[in-house]
Design a binder for this molecule. Structure first.
Ligand code: SF4
Length: 340
C-alpha cells in the first residue's frame, strides 16, 4: 500500500538523467551535481557537462582544470575533484561497479551516492536516505530526536520499507515526495499520497519533524588578496593547493590577515609569487559566506610581472572560462574592474 501510494510521485518530473534506459554515468553525475545545489541552478551546468563529457571515459581522460571549469561558481569543488578521480578509478577497473559496496570504494562515494547509483541505475535492492527522505520518514513514522538522530534512524528503518525488486523506483519516489510535497515548511498534506499512512498529518505538527537545525556559528576568516595585471590585461592567478579553501580552483594570491595590516599581508602574498614591493591600490572588501565560515577579503590591485609556474599563471580575461574559478574570485575580479 505504501509502495503504491509513494509511486504516484515517481514520474511527475521529467529530467534528462531519468530517461530510460538509465545511463549509470549520468545518474551518478546528476547526484553529484545536485549535492548542495538546486535543480534549477544545476540543470544548465549538467547539460553543458554531458555535452563536453558525454561518457565516463571522456571524463576520465579530461584535464582536471576543464572539469573544474564546468563547476565554476557552483561551490563545493571537492565534488569535481572526486568526480574526476572516481571516473579514472572506474575506467581503470572497466567501468562503474554495479553494487553500492563496490561503488563506496571510489573517491567521493558516500553511503547516499553509492546507494543512489546502485538502486537507480543498476537496480540493486538498497535503501537510501538524503535530507528529503529523512524528512518524509520522520513525519510519516513520527520519528523523534534531533535532525542527526532522525537521519540515523531513517537509515535504520528505510531498508524495511523497500518493495521487493523496486528499490530504485521507491527511492526516487520518496526523494520526489520530499522535494515537492513534504517540504521543510508547510507540507502539502492535502496533496500527499502518503497522507492516510502518515502519523503527523493530523496532529498539525508535521513541521516539527525533524526539528530545524540551529544555524551554525561561522567563524570569520580575513584574507588580504591582490589582483595583479600585466600590460596585456591578463591577471595573475594562483591555484589553491590541496588542503586550502577552494582547492583545485584558481584564485588571487592571498595571505591570512586576521589582526594584521591588510596591505602588508597582500604584499607578502605577492612576494611569495616573486613580485617585490608592488604599488597597491585598495579595492575595498569582498565577503563570501561559506558553509562553515564567513570569509572577508581585503582586496588590492596593482600591476607587475612574475615568473609563471604550474600553480601560478597570468590568464587573459577572455580565457577565464577555461579554468575552475570560485564565485569569490569572480566577485574579487569584478571589484577590480576585471570582467571575464
Ligand atoms: S501527509 Fe504531510 S507530513 Fe505526512 S508525509 Fe505527506 S506531506 Fe509529509
Amino acid at each position: 500500500m505504501l509502495l503504491n501510494s509513494a509511486m504516484e510521485m515517481r514520474t511527475s518530473v521529467s529530467l534528462p538523467w531519468r530517461e530510460e534506459p538509465r545511463d549509470p554515468y549520468r545518474v551518478w553525475l546528476s547526484e553529484v551535481m545536485l549535492q548542495q545545489t538546486r535543480v534549477a541552478a544545476m540543470l544548465p551546468r549538467y547539460l553543458a557537462f554531458v555535452e563536453r563529457f558525454p561518457t565516463l571515459e571522456s571524463l576520465a581522460a579530461a584535464p582536471l582544470d576543464e572539469v573544474l571549469a564546468l563547476f565554476s561558481g557552483l561551490g563545493y569543488y571537492a565534488r569535481a575533484r572526486h568526480l574526476h578521480a572516481a571516473a579514472q578509478a572506474a575506467v581503470a577497473r572497466g567501468g562503474l561497479p554495479r553494487s553500492s559496496a563496490e561503488l563506496s570504494k571510489l573517491p567521493g562515494f558516500g553511503p547516499y551516492t553509492a546507494a543512489a547509483v546502485a538502486s537507480l541505475a543498476f537496480g540493486e535492492q538498497v535503501a537510501l536516505v538524503d535530507g528529503n527522505v529523512a524528512r518524509v520518514l520522520a513525519r510519516l513514522l513520527r520519528i523523534p530526536g534531533t535532525a542527526a538522530e532522525v537521519r540515523a534512524q531513517a537509515w535504520e528503518v528505510a531498508p524495511s520499507l523497500l518493495p521487493a525488486g523496486r528499490a530504485g523506483e521507491f527511492n526516487e519516489a520518496l526523494m520526489e515526495l520530499g522535494a515537492t510535497v513534504c517540504k521543510p515548511r508547510a507540507p502539502s498534506c492535502e496533496e500527499c499520497p502518503l497522507g492516510p499512512h502518515c502519523q503527523t498529518r493530523d496532529g498539525g505538527d508535521a513541521d516539527a519533524f525533524p526539528p530545524p537545525k540551529t544555524a551554525p556559528e561561522r567563524p570569520v576568516i580575513v584574507w588580504a588578496a591582490a589582483a595583479v595585471t600585466r600590460e596585456d590585461g591578463s591577471v595573475l592567478l594562483r591555484r589553491h593547493p590541496q588542503g586550502e579553501l577552494f582547492a583545485g580552483t584558481w584564485g588571487l594570491p592571498f595571505c591570512d590577515a586576521g589582526g594584521g595590516i591588510p596591505r602588508r599581508s597582500a604584499r607578502q602574498a605577492l612576494e611569495a609569487c616573486g613580485i617585490r614591493a608592488p604599488a597597491l591600490r585598495s579595492r575595498g572588501e569582498v565577503r563570501q559566506t561559506l558553509t562553515h565560515r564567513e570569509l572577508r577579503v581585503a582586496l588590492f590591485s596593482g600591476t607587475g610581472h612574475a615568473r609563471e609556474r604550474d600553480d601560478l599563471r597570468f590568464i587573459a580575461p577572455g580565457k577565464l572560462g577555461s579554468v575552475g574559478l570560485s564565485s569569490l574570485l569572480r566577485k574579487c575580479l569584478r571589484a577590480c574592474g576585471i570582467e571575464g
